[in-house]
Ligand binder design. Structure first.
Ligand SMILES: Cc1cc2nc3c(=O)[nH]c(=O)nc-3n(C[C@H](O)[C@H](O)[C@H](O)COP(=O)(O)OP(=O)(O)OC[C@H]3O[C@@H](n4cnc5c(N)ncnc54)[C@H](O)[C@@H]3O)c2cc1C
Length: 457
């Protein structure tokens, strides 16, 4: 016998939980159906050495208000903290450098000392000269970010500054990323300001806070999930289901009434409204009954990422030798990781919780959607990477956790915006269906939260 709800939420990551909260606040009966044995999706805490630390998302951008608003509503504002330090490094074959002043790896001044230090004065001068050349009035709408940067600032800026930054943030090479999908307005701004660096400088300045500025929560971003789940558990009109993978979502007629039918291996749900709060790959799998949605969804690219979080006892890390962490160019010999965060340097609460001589490092793997490393060897690889990054031998990790994130990062490759427009138009024409697909509103919590709210009108 199917169970009926006003709103069925498929997926219990932050999107699903936020949509469920809004629907419940409107007095609707709601269920959240989650495949795994926990809620939160890409927000997850793991306890290492007695302290719970994030092994997925660990911060939120402060340039947009949505995440902070949610944090306030959930009574967690007292926990909001700025990073203790946010001076990440760039690691390229030439060495280790402070992160240049840039917008997602596009330097705001190619002749600045921080750029010259990396590529040398000759290449920096060439980059500046290139960016002074006349700018086209119109651009190929699908130009890649790599092509745009190569055209305006040359290969060295692209390979040694933009590539590690875009790879670190989006796990994608700029040569594969659609410029306008990853940075809306960048081509028009390049024309308007007469150069790509000038456009990057203007966009950075106009946002008031640097786009990369983030805050976190004392105790970790997973607190957001705990607070949401607690509120939903206490609501009389909400039911939460774990370990319940959804197999299919379709429109059904029952007793002359049109409903959404959501099926799992042992339960059937009927609802007036269904919110699909899954990653794109799983969403495509469960929506085969709706070809107009399934087709553009299956053309979207998603990437796999692995985060290796390790607790290590060593005073080598006490003086923060990597700053808050580093982004690593793919061409850097011998290092497999694409990024490292020294979490105990970045967050004061983690530093205090472990005390001197005990540190959390997070190394992430997976470039352009693929994890080339054998996961069975990842502890060994991560340890070797850490030694290379620090330039010294290190003891074994005391404890570690390997978190594999499959599909949680959407890759805005060439054609992305065409697919997304087609998908949104198709979804808008289907009554009672809302999509809150991970990454569709950008690979960050702000877009995710805002999209999840919008799923419930
Ligand atoms: C490693 C990593 C680090 C990140 N760091 C940051 C950061 O620091 N700051 C930031 O702003 N953003 C960050 N992000 C992005 C941010 O975490 C995500 O955009 C956001 O968490 C996506 O949430 P979601 O609910 O849309 O999707 P997800 O978190 O992917 O949740 C989808 C849920 O659906 C479930 N599911 C899948 N298939 C089914 C099925 N068939 N039936 C039922 N349930 C199913 C999954 O188990 C999962 O719980 C990071 C992402 C990753 C992967």
């Amino acid at each position: 016998m199917p169970v009926r709800f006003d709103v069925i939420i498929v997926g219990g990551g932050i999107s699903g939980l936020v949509s469920a909260r809004k629907a419940a606040q409107q007095g609707k009966s709601v269920c959240v159906i989650e495949a795994s044995d926990r809620f939160g999706g890409a927000l997850q805490g793991k306890t290492l050495g007695g302290v719970t630390v994030d092994v997925g998302a660990e911060a939120f951008a402060v340039a947009r208000p949505e995440t902070l608003d949610l944090i306030k509503e959930l009574g967690l504002v007292d926990r909001v903290v700025a990073p203790r330090r946010s001076d990440s490094r760039l690691i390229v074959p030439q060495g280790t450098f402070p992160m240049p002043h840039a917008l997602l790896g596009i330097p705001t001044n190619p002749l600045a000392d921080d750029v010259v230090a990396i590529i040398g004065i000759e290449e920096a001068t060439k980059a500046a000269q290139l960016d002074e050349l006349p700018v086209p009035e119109s651009w190929d709408p699908q130009i890649t970010l790599g092509a745009l940067i190569r055209q305006r600032l040359g290969d060295q800026v692209t390979d040694y500054i933009a590539t590690p930054v875009v790879g670190g943030v989006h796990a994608l090479h700029p040569d594969l990323a659609e410029a306008e999908a990853i940075m809306p307005g960048i081509t028009a701004a390049t024309t308007k300001y007469g150069g790509l660096s000038k456009a990057a400088a203007a966009i950075r300045a106009s946002s008031g806070v640097p786009g990369a500025a983030v805050n976190g929560l004392v105790g970790g971003m997973s607190n957001l999930v705990d607070a949401l789940v607690q509120e939903l558990q206490e609501a009389p009109n909400v039911e939460l289901f774990l370990n319940t993978p959804v197999h299919n979502i379709s429109k059904a007629e029952s007793s002359g009434q049109s409903s959404w039918e959501v099926t799992t291996s042992n339960k059937e749900f009927l609802g007036d409204h269904v919110v699909v709060a899954l990653d794109a790959k799983n969403a495509a799998r469960v929506l085969t009954s709706l070809p107009s949605i399934h087709q553009p969804l299956s053309r979207l690219y998603v990437g796999d990422v692995v985060v290796f979080a390790g607790l290590i006892s060593s005073d080598v890390l006490d003086e923060d030798p990597l700053g808050s962490g580093a982004l690593i160019a793919p061409s850097t010999p011998s290092i497999h990781a694409k990024a490292i965060t020294h979490a105990s340097a970045k967050w004061e609460w983690i530093r205090e919780a472990y005390g001197p001589g005990r540190h959390i490092v997070r190394l992430s793997y997976g470039r352009d959607g693929v994890i080339n490393e054998d996961l069975a060897d990842l502890a060994t690889i991560a340890h070797a990477d850490l030694e290379l990054l620090l330039g010294t031998s290190m003891p074994a990790f005391d404890q570690a956790h390997l978190a594999r994130w499959t599909g949680s990062l959407l890759h805005p490759r060439v054609g992305h915006r065409v697919n997304v427009s087609e998908l949104k138009a198709a979804a808008a024409s289907i009554e009672g269906l809302s999509l809150a697909i991970a990454g569709l509103a950008g690979n960050g919590l702000a877009g995710t939260v805002s999209q999840a709210h919008a799923a419930i009108s």
